[in-house]
Design a protein around this ligand. Structure first.
Ligand SMILES: [Zn+2]
Ligand SMILES: [Zn+2]
Length: 175
């Protein structure tokens, strides 16, 4: 995974996401350094970044990586929605997730913890898509749809047994 945000990366947050992905996907995860930013994804009319462009950019720039997750702090969109928390190439190689709409209001300490929890869930969710997993209706499964932060907060941080099986299968096939 690599940080592609506008502001400086928060090392604690990046480390937490890496640790969670490593724990859940049971694969080595490297926090890579990315000096460039996907500036071509900027849409000045909407004032947001288009995820499709970011995914292509990530894929091209990290051609050597089996999978790549970009983590950013800019606001993301896909053309049919006003915003997205993240997006992934289903069964592909690249995923992106943003903190932009995950930060809650309230006390700094509490808010920081909540943001980290939400980001861990959405990072794993998008990587699940990269491994071909689709949205899941099992209560608590991290692959549940999340149109808003309320849905993120009610779901768990892990795959349900069915999604876990599908993930293991996808990985076994070297996808
Ligand atoms: Zn999804
Ligand atoms: Zn599931």
């Amino acid at each position: 995974m690599c940080w592609i945000g506008e502001r400086e990366a928060e090392p604690g947050l990046v480390a937490e996401v890496c640790a969670h992905i490593h724990r859940e996907l049971r694969q080595p995860v490297r926090a890579g350094f990315e000096p460039e930013r996907p500036t071509e994804a900027w849409d000045s009319r909407r004032g947001q970044y288009e995820t499709g462009v970011i995914l292509k950019w990530l894929e091209a720039r990290h051609a050597g990586a089996a999978k790549v997750l970009g983590v950013t702090d800019v606001d993301l969109f896909i053309p049919i929605l006003t915003f997205v928390f993240g997006e992934a190439q289903l069964g592909g190689r690249a995923a992106v997730v943003s903190t932009a709409r995950l930060a809650p209001r309230g006390g700094a300490r509490e808010a920081e913890r909540m943001l980290a929890t939400r980001l861990r869930k959405e990072a794993l969710h998008e990587l699940g898509h990269v491994y071909g997993l689709v949205h899941c209706g099992q209560p608590g499964c991290v692959m549940g749809r999340s149109p808003g932060v309320a849905e993120i907060d009610t779901k768990g941080e892990s795959f349900c047994p069915d999604c876990r099986l599908m993930y293991d299968e996808a990985r076994g096939h070297g996808r």
